[in-house]
Design a protein around this ligand. Structure first.
Ligand code: PGA
Length: 244
């Protein structure tokens, strides 16, 4: 895993946006794997700026998001579809029909998950995948457990994740406890992966990830150690536990 430590959140965001810009420049039909949460907001802001000021062109790109809460429709302000529209899709020239966020209202998550993975495959596969990391080491909503899902499907959120995400909701009781999430296999098939981490709250999990040198389903992000092209971009605060 290549690691880039930046001075600030803004520098982390710009570094990630640089990589997206380069990859889209190399392949205007790039398939983007996208993430939600607080961490990627600066990257999306920077991509929007580059679209407006420099004409960064998304017209031929496609996108697939990692996950969506079960029970929330795309127009619910807490849904990840809504988040993506607000932070990115409404402000760039990607065709809306080429953007995919799992459907939180699907009645058959298993069949839906298979279809989602198939759509990714048929689009040519994800060229660049953006990830955050949960304070518990999850990637997408693949939570620490004895076993991890390979394919996209229904997952239960851990207590830690529900607590971490309560800040976006009225109260912790309003946080959905299930999601449709891309599986570990779906993520690991991406050609290139960028994982972002910012702030002291991620320092412990990053030290586990970088110091351990072993893969464990108790820290799902450690599976990224097996992927040939992963870049971790983190700020100094998030990195602060690594050499402690
Ligand atoms: P965050 O979430 O960016 O809001 O910290 C990261 C994640 O849960 O993957």
């Amino acid at each position: 895993m290549k690691t880039i430590v930046t001075k600030s959140y803004d520098e982390m965001s710009k570094t990630a946006a640089d990589m997206f810009e380069t990859e889209i420049g190399n392949n205007p039909e790039l398939v983007l794997g996208l993430a939600t949460g607080s961490t990627p907001i600066g990257t999306y802001k920077e991509l929007v700026r580059r679209h407006i000021e420099k004409g960064l062109d998304f017209s031929r790109t496609k996108s697939f998001n990692l996950d969506e809460y079960v029970g929330l429709s795309g127009d619910n302000p807490n849904s990840y579809r809504h988040f993506m529209n607000e932070h990115l899709f409404n402000h760039i020239n990607i065709e809306k029909e080429n953007t995919h966020v799992p459907d939180g209202l699907t009645e058959n998550p298993e069949a839906y998950g298979k279809k989602y993975d198939q759509m990714i495959l048929e689009s040519g596969g994800i060229g660049i995948q953006l990830l955050g990391i949960g304070s518990n080491g999850h990637i997408a909503f693949n939570e620490p457990d004895e076993e991890l899902p390979v394919e996209t499907g229904l997952v239960e959120l851990s207590e830690q994740t529900v607590e971490d995400n309560a800040r976006f909701f009225q109260s912790v009781e309003h946080v959905p406890t299930q999601a449709i999430s891309m599986g570990m296999g779906s993520i690991m098939k991406a050609e290139k992966i960028i994982i972002l981490a910012s702030g002291e709250g991620k320092s412990e999990v990053l030290s586990e990830l970088l110091n351990r040198g072993k893969v464990t389903s108790r820290i799902p992000a450690t599976f990224l150690l097996l992927h040939p092209d992963v870049t971790l971009i983190c700020d100094e605060e998030a990195y602060s536990g690594v050499n402690r």
